[in-house]
Design a protein around this ligand. Structure first.
Ligand code: LRH
Length: 467
């Protein structure tokens, strides 16, 4: 994304979009790092063609990581957070160890958390684990590729389950759980830190001239929250593969009972805390589209799926999207069938509606809990990410929760990324100033709640999903 500052507001233009870096090995889902970095380089070439840039920052999804040896080579092909090893790592820990992890780190105990993946990997690869010289999250790896500087950006490191909620630094007891050498966990940097310059090798390869590489709020959720800038009586909702429901906690403290209610404390800019509940999100609809395409030979578009859901039988059941069955479903229609045999699996609209209504119900439960935890009424929802482009999702959430949804921008993470860079370059006096002005040009759509609130029964008690 190219970000340009015009009269104090940020304009984003897409330069290059790519996929193809997710792959599947015999043991489960993995990442193709070469494909990812090739895509990044193609983006840099597009930036050069567009006239060059002053700075570059990488943000990305949480919890996934790489391990490098002392020559900087990958020790193993990274698996994604959907790989079953996370569940194995979590299951091997005792209840009191899990309690200690939750208390020390403030995380939501989910099998996707890096800590659980590392525990299992180190146990099954003891030889390689001894050679681990550097642990990096994926956006940190991209920043290393760009700048030659290996650093762990703080908001992203928070998702690893390896930082102390109290000190904000690496928690040595958690590092010991992983079974990796402590030296592999290098310096932590705050969002807004200038890491260095674009490496000379990349400059010549991509024809992009010198630019600063900035550590932004590298966790995409933190970048999105920065852009969405929820007020005291608002929550943020970032709707991508995962749906993150949250509120900002200015002093970074964790309300009592937050973890029992399914929330974790994540990191925002300037040391702010983000009280977040991670729910399975648009990945369910993407999986449904792909499974439907394989079955029928025609790929429905997302607007087609949304429209079919809108017309579907309103009496059909909804799903509980937090069923672990959906995390790495190879065939989403089969997963929906296993989860809820009562659904008509030959009716795309009915399946999609079950997902929409289930998502909206989970979001509503989360918002109600968030109100209780923070003691603040939530009157509006600032919704960013791909879901902001889906009127059926926005309307269903507004109606189910009884709260106005303000949808947009779709590229909330990229916008937050740009805010951190412009602040680091001195164009904004502070992150708050960037938040106040930066996204003023964005198109925000309002979905007021209707007075009618759908009441579909969930097909599975909500407590049964991981929460
Ligand atoms: C959202 C997100 C979320 C999850 C992760 C897998 O994009 O960063 O916080 O932890 O992806």
């Amino acid at each position: 994304m190219l970000a340009q500052l015009e009269g104090g507001t940020i304009r984003l233009t897409e330069l290059h979009r790519f996929t193809g870096y997710q792959t599947r090995l015999a043991d489960g889902p993995a990442l193709d790092v070469s494909a990812l970095l090739r895509g990044i380089d193609a983006g840099l070439e597009a930036a050069a063609a567009a006239g060059g840039v002053d700075s570059i920052g990488a943000d990305g999804w949480g919890v996934d990581f790489v391990l490098l040896d002392e020559r900087g080579m990958l020790l193993d092909q990274p698996r994604t957070h959907r790989h079953p090893r996370g569940q194995h790592g979590l299951a091997a820990l005792t209840a009191s160890e899990l309690e200690r992890i939750a208390e020390s780190t403030g995380i939501q105990l989910l099998p996707i958390v890096s800590l659980f993946h590392l525990c299992d990997w180190a146990k099954t690869h003891p030889e390689l684990a001894r050679k681990a010289a550097r642990f990096l999250m994926i956006a940190d790896l991209v920043a290393l590729h760009l700048s030659g500087v290996a650093a762990c950006e703080w908001t992203l490191a928070r998702t690893s389950g390896l930082l102390s909620a109290k000190t904000g630094g690496w928690d040595r007891a958690m590092l010991a759980f992983t079974g990796l050498p402590e030296q592999a966990f290098g310096p932590l940097v705050a969002p807004g830190t200038v890491l260095g310059q674009l490496s000379p090798a990349l400059q010549s390869r991509t024809e992009l001239s010198a630019a600063r590489v900035v550590a932004v709020a590298a966790h995409d959720t933190a970048s999105a929250a920065l852009c969405l800038a929820p007020a005291e009586d608002e929550a943020f909702l970032v709707c991508g593969s995962w749906i993150l429901v949250g509120a900002e906690i200015a002093d970074g403290s964790m309300p009592l009972d937050a973890q029992q209610q399914g929330f974790g404390l994540e990191g925002g800019v300037e040391g702010r805390g983000l009280l977040v509940r991670s729910l399975q999100g648009m990945h369910l609809l993407r999986g449904l589209r792909d499974a439907w395409a394989r079955r029928t030979g025609t790929e429905p578009s997302f607007p087609d799926i949304a429209e079919a859901a809108d017309r579907a039988n309103p009496a059909a059941p909804a799903i509980n999207p937090s069923d672990p069955l959906f995390v790495d479903a190879v065939d989403m229609i089969e997963a929906l069938r296993a989860h809820c045999p009562k659904l008509n699996h030959d009716d795309l609209g009915e399946l999609a509606r079950a997902v929409y209504v289930g998502l909206a119900a989970e979001v509503t439960i989360s918002l109600d809990r968030l109100e209780e935890l923070t003691g603040r009424p939530i009157r509006r929802i600032r919704l960013g990410g791909g879901g902001a482009d889906d009127p059926v999702l926005c309307r269903t959430i507004a109606n189910a929760s009884g709260r106005e949804v303000l949808a947009g921008p779709v590229e909330a993470s990229a916008m937050g990324n740009a805010m951190a860079q412009f602040t680091a370059l001195g164009a904004f006096a502070s992150m708050r100033a960037a938040q106040a002005r930066g996204s003023a040009g964005c198109d925000i759509r309002s979905y007021p709640p209707s007075t009618f609130r759908p009441t579909a029964e969930p097909s599975m008690p909500y407590e049964k999903g991981f929460s």
